[in-house]
Design a protein around this ligand. Structure first.
Ligand code: C2E
Ligand code: CA
Ligand code: CA
Ligand code: CA
Length: 278
């Protein structure tokens, strides 16, 4: 027993060591990254649940430098935040999104496509953000109201950070706001009206239960109704099955996003998706 205890401790040490090394490596690569070379954006369709027609896309960043393709944003974005790289990467993502939207407008011959762009809590408060947004509306005035910024529920609800004044300023210059991952934090339905928001995205974890649980269906329905009542656009995240789609339609949920419609796509494939109408 003694021996195995010891070897277990060794194993533990080794894996800690490996983990720490991996983390250091990721930090190093992030610090040294050349954004244009090492990152790409993917676009996942958001569709009308009534007609199936795409309204636009959520922009999702990917790390594409060799050997790092499997490191997802859930892993590298928190690290980028911690080491202070996220403000610059976030800026790159916003500029890339605006350029992509401009090229879509040109290719489609209309200006109805919208893009949802994730912004981290620190990015929202960063002194770089407002000047960039002002520059973007200046350069692309036709995009006013069509670049929607997604902020997680946890960030919105953080009282100490108090994002509300900044959120108001952002909306004022022409960027609508969506609350992301609604239902994962500690906010209640009753709080929704207190924040300057245009949209609510209901977290994927919620939808997983609506097929089996009447309670979840009732809660989901309540969120959809209240958001509707408050004039907020509702997007159901993580729609994977026909059954979920049918239930969402029955609740009157207007928009959805998920593998049922499509995965995050390259900009070219996203444009094709838009062209053929879903
Ligand atoms: P999120 O903002 O909630 O984005 C949705 C995530 O769910 C994406 O993962 C997407 O690929 C995945 N997804 C979409 N539909 C389905 C589905 O039907 N089933 C399942 N199982 N998953 C689905 P991804 O791209 O790995 O991004 C993970 C998280 O990383 C995002 O969650 C967001 O919090 C963050 N993130 C991604 N891109 C950015 C970015 O450009 N900026 C910032 N600040 N955060 C980002
Ligand atoms: Ca999001
Ligand atoms: Ca989300
Ligand atoms: Ca999420």
């Amino acid at each position: 027993a003694k021996i195995s205890g010891k070897s277990q401790a060794r194993l533990f040490d080794d894996s800690m060591h490996t983990e720490a090394l991996r983390r250091l490596k990721l930090e190093h690569y992030l610090r040294e990254a050349n954004f244009d070379r090492d990152f790409e954006i993917k676009l996942q369709p958001i569709v009308s649940l009534e007609s199936g027609a795409p309204t636009g896309f959520e922009v999702l960043v990917r790390w594409v430098s060799p050997g790092l393709e499997d490191v997802g944003p859930d892993t590298f974005i928190p690290i980028a935040e911690e080491i202070g790289v996220m403000a610059d990467l976030g800026q790159w993502i916003l500029i890339k999104s605006a350029e992509t939207l401009a090229s879509f407008d040109g290719a489609l011959g209309h200006q109805r496509t919208v893009l949802h762009v994730n912004v981290s809590k620190r990015q929202i408060l960063h002194p770089q953000l407002m000047p960039l947004l002002i520059e973007l509306v200046d350069r692309y005035p036709e995009q006013r109201g069509r670049l929607i910024l997604e902020i997680t529920e946890t960030a919105v609800m953080d009282r100490r950070a108090n994002l509300v004044p900044r959120m108001e300023a952002i909306r004022e210059i022409g960027f609508p706001l969506a609350m992301d991952d609604f239902g994962t934090g500690h906010s209640s339905l009753a709080c929704l009206h207190k924040f300057p928001l245009d949209e609510v995205k209901i977290d994927r974890s919620f939808i997983l239960n609506i097929e089996e649980s009447r309670e979840f269906t009732a809660i989901y329905h309540a969120i959809v109704s209240l958001a509707d009542h408050l004039g907020l656009k509702v997007v159901a995240e993580g729609v994977e099955t026909e059954a979920q789609l049918v239930q969402l339609q029955a609740m009157g949920c207007a928009f959805g996003q998920g593998y049922l419609f499509d995965r995050p796509l390259s900009p070219d494939d996203a444009l094709a998706f838009m062209r053929r109408g879903g």
